[in-house]
Design a protein around this ligand. Sequence first.
Ligand code: CP
Length: 282
Amino acid sequence: MKHLTGIANLTRDEILSLLDTSPDVAAVLDGGSVALVFHEPSTRTRFSFTQAAGRLYLHPVDLNPGSSSEQKGETTLDTCRNLAWAGARAIVLRTSKNRLPDDVAAVVDVPVVNAGDGTNEHPTQALGDALTLVRHFGGLQGLTVAIVGDVHNSRVARSNAHLLTKLGAKVNLVCEKCSPDVPHTFLTNTLEHGLAGADVVMILRWQDERDLARHGIKQAYRIDEPTLAKFAPGAMVMHPGPVNRDVEVTSDVVDGPRSLIAAQVRNGVLARTAVLRRLLDR
Ligand code: CP
């Protein structure tokens, strides 16, 4: 594997190799820099790649798009080629353009990691989420995961659906308008059917920056404790962040005993460390 641009194009064995985070802290690389190119806002992904680079004795360099030469008309492809020529050992890219990481990977000779591209994929989020599930439940085989809300616009939903189904989980996509582009998923627009039998409810932020959803739709899919008690009483809860409290989920759920959100963030660092190590330690 040379790049990580998505989960859809990975085999089951490649996914399993990326979930091997042992040893958790691995000083196996011998220095150099990793370029972080983020064209959309980020807290968790940017910081955890920064942490991951440090764990591997790599120097993370954050390219601020507002002050880079992209402001003078340079394309992202040329920007990334220049970063590689200047010595970056890997490029971590977040972008609003679907599949731009694949295009960059085709023109640079260093590994490219997709840190979220538009509505397409967010593979390292899915890897961190899978680690969280494995650590909590002991494995993924046979789990039922309901992914709820703005599935249509969610790269997190798409990467998780690919990963979880490839590793033996059942995935229910619960949404007003779902794109049925991930095989072997169950689509429904009702919480009643989508949450039935769920071991995990994965709640998504509404992506207002891509699609201004109607207020009524958001309310119809908002998850609160009474809804969970009614439809999925034993379920744990996940959310990739950022959380919009009282929009897609209420605080009693976010901060309650079902919540795996803190573990998702912690495991995101481990997953990104494993990805950088796997791509660079060749
Ligand atoms: N889950 C996620 O990608 O969060 P950030 O946008 O803060 O990186």
